[in-house]
Write a protein that binds this ligand. Structure first.
Ligand code: SAM
Length: 227
């Protein structure tokens, strides 16, 4: 757990507060009307009364709260490893809770075959390897249960830098060595997988692909698979 916590903090640039602020403030934009239409059509249809719903890498629990309010007859569980996320947790309804869990090596008391939906939003690129988590998700899901991954995927350096510096500031302004090195380090971390790599791993674990949709000019992908 300590190794994972150190690694997450390193990925978050050593600035826990900033990382928390970024995901917290972008939450509403990322979970707009279109998102919930998608959720209802692709994920909601597999949820029956009493099923468990999971959010992996749940941050401070915003999605856990939203799901718990939308599905009062289900139990919603969020998992995260970072203390600085868990201690800033939002107030959750009675049917929801957060668990401290290292998803590099999932070891929780989730009962196999009882879970209807699993979300991993902006998590996969933060893991050194997602194989153990993908195997655990397959075990936890009921037959017909669905797993959604939304994440950054591989893109050319030109597009990455143009998004980061829309007015070519990198080339025209005096930018510190530390900032440039940080941007290039994140390019590697954010460029870890092509969407096909994620699909390959999910299929290898046994999942059937339902959806594989590029998002935000191909910088992200939304994948839905079914057990
Ligand atoms: C970019 S944030 C996304 C948070 C949330 N899913 C959202 O979309 O707002 C990624 C989260 O994954 C968590 N995380 C990263 N590696 C993890 C691991 N090995 N086990 C558990 N949580 C992890 C981080 O602590 C962080 O809260």
């Amino acid at each position: 757990m300590e190794k994972t916590q150190a690694q997450i903090l390193r990925h978050h640039g050593g600035d826990a507060k900033h990382a928390r602020k970024m995901i917290t403030e972008s939450y509403q934009r990322r979970h707009d009307v279109d998102f919930w239409e998608f959720w209802n059509a692709q994920m909601g249809s597999s949820i029956a009364k009493g099923d468990v719903l999971l959010d992996l890498g749940a941050g401070i629990g915003q999605f856990v709260e939203d799901l718990a309010l939308r599905y009062p007859e289900n139990t919603v569980i969020g998992m995260d490893a970072a203390e600085y996320m868990l201690t800033a947790q939002v107030n959750l309804p009675e049917n929801a809770r957060m668990l401290k869990a290292d998803l590099n090596e999932p070891n929780t008391n989730i009962e196999a075959g009882k879970v209807a939906t699993v979300m991993a939003n902006m998590l996969v690129h933060e893991l050194p390897q997602p194989v153990n988590m993908f195997k655990a998700v397959y075990k936890w899901l009921k037959p017909g249960g669905r797993f959604c991954i939304i994440d950054l995927v591989r893109q050319p350096l030109e597009e990455y830098l143009t998004h980061k510096y829309p007015n070519a500031e990198l080339w025209n302004n005096d930018i510190s060595r530390a900032e440039i090195e940080d941007v290039f380090e994140h390019f590697l971390e954010h460029n870890r997988y092509h969407a096909d790599d994620i699909i390959f791993m999910l299929k290898s674990v046994g999942f059937k692909v339902i959806e594989n949709t590029p998002q935000r000019s191909g910088r992200f992908v939304r994948i839905v698979v079914e057990k």
